[in-house]
Design a protein around this ligand. Structure first.
Ligand code: FES
Length: 110
């Protein structure tokens, strides 16, 4: 069990608890976090689960893999940053206790 804080574009935040085996997307959707829509359910087909990992956590989550990066790069109009990730591709575990994630202002096609 570990805590993750989601920060909205307006600076408001919510901290929620994840359980072993969840992805960051599943945690967000399960807790009704605004701005993480995850329309494809984690199949890496929609990119509506895009998020920004707080830079200080990037060494622990890792950066996007090449196929994930291709999906991110295909999002029209989105601000993709070095710390962009598809939250459905971030597996949570105890090592990410305290993780901070920023939610983008917009998601593609939403
Ligand atoms: Fe669709 Fe992550 S939920 S790409």
């Amino acid at each position: 069990m570990a805590k993750v804080t989601f920060v909205q574009p307006d600076g408001s935040s919510r901290t929620v608890v994840n359980f072993e085996g969840m992805t960051l997307m599943q945690l967000a959707v399960g807790n009704l976090i605004d701005g993480i829509d995850a329309l494809c359910g984690g199949m890496m087909q929609c990119a509506t689960c895009h998020c920004y990992i707080a830079p200080e956590w990037l060494d622990r989550t890792g950066a996007a893999r090449p196929d994930e990066r291709d999906m991110l790069d295909a999002i029209e109009g989105a601000e993709i940053r070095p710390n962009s990730r598809l939250s459905c591709q971030v597996q949570l575990g105890e090592e990410l206790d305290g993780l901070i994630v920023h939610v983008p202002a917009d998601q593609p096609g939403v």
